[in-house]
Design a binder for this molecule. Structure first.
Ligand SMILES: C[S@@+](CC[C@H](N)C(=O)[O-])C[C@H]1O[C@@H](n2cnc3c(N)ncnc32)[C@H](O)[C@@H]1O
Length: 210
């Protein structure tokens, strides 16, 4: 099922208003129900338009030294563009929907980049993405927030993250770029400041250890 960005916004509005349903009434969006062909999804399939793909790759300065992961890769367009146009070392796409993985592999084959890309039919929450130097995503606000602790904890400081249309709550973006009616958010993973720290303070001739 393909949805336009406008329809995704309407769906979001509906999700927000779902709690207003009469008591006892149950409502769930169709993509959250598993079918014979695919497991339940956290996000519906809505492809990123080509000009937004370009803006995401440019915002993240994607280049030949990078390993890019697209979490929820759809038809693989970001992964394929990163490999074909930005010549990344490697690009990895993850999607729960087997149909999307088939499309991704076919698109990579047609673009002649199959050797540098890999697609996994897997839940993005079960995926190890620590080797990424760039992470891209077009998910939902709630999914971004659920992922946020792992992105901050597991990605190396300096890893770049780009998200189409959705932010990460109070983790402020380093850059926000408008592309027509779309928005690209860009973050750089900061140094991990957790743990036990020791430092010394010199005041005149006296040095104190803390
Ligand atoms: C909005 S689409 C974005 C597709 C692509 N990244 C793009 O920008 O064109 C979100 C994708 O996430 C996939 N998805 C949803 N829940 C997922 C999950 N838990 N693990 C992996 N993929 C998931 C959907 O199948 C869908 O293809």
């Amino acid at each position: 099922m393909k949805l336009s960005s406008f329809m995704l916004s309407l769906l979001l509005l509906f999700l927000v208003s779902a709690p207003l349903l009469p008591a006892g009434a149950e409502w769930a969006p169709s993509w959250t129900t598993p079918t014979e062909d695919r497991p339940a999804l956290d996000v519906p399939y809505v492809p990123t338009p080509p000009e937004v793909v370009q803006a995401m790759l440019t915002a993240a300065h994607v280049n030949s030294r990078d390993i890019l992961y697209d979490l929820g890769c759809g038809d693989g367009r970001i992964v394929v563009a990163a490999a074909k146009e930005r010549k990344v070392k490697r690009a990895v796409g993850i999607d729960l929907d087997p149909e999307r993985i088939r499309e991704s592999n076919e698109n990579a084959r047609q673009a002649g980049v199959s050797e540098r890309v890999t697609f996994h039919q897997k839940d993005l929450f079960d995926m190890d993405f620590r080797e990424a130097t760039v992470v891209s995503m077009y998910l939902l606000p709630s999914v971004n927030l659920k992922l946020r602790p792992r992105l901050l904890r597991e990605l190396a400081p300096g890893t770049r993250i780009v998200s189409h249309d959705f932010d990460m709550g109070d983790w402020e973006a380093d850059r926000i770029i408008a592309v027509g009616t779309h928005t690209v958010y860009f973050w750089v993973v900061p140094a991990n400041m957790s743990g036990t720290w020791k430092w010394s303070l010199t005041d005149g001739n006296e040095t104190r250890q803390y």
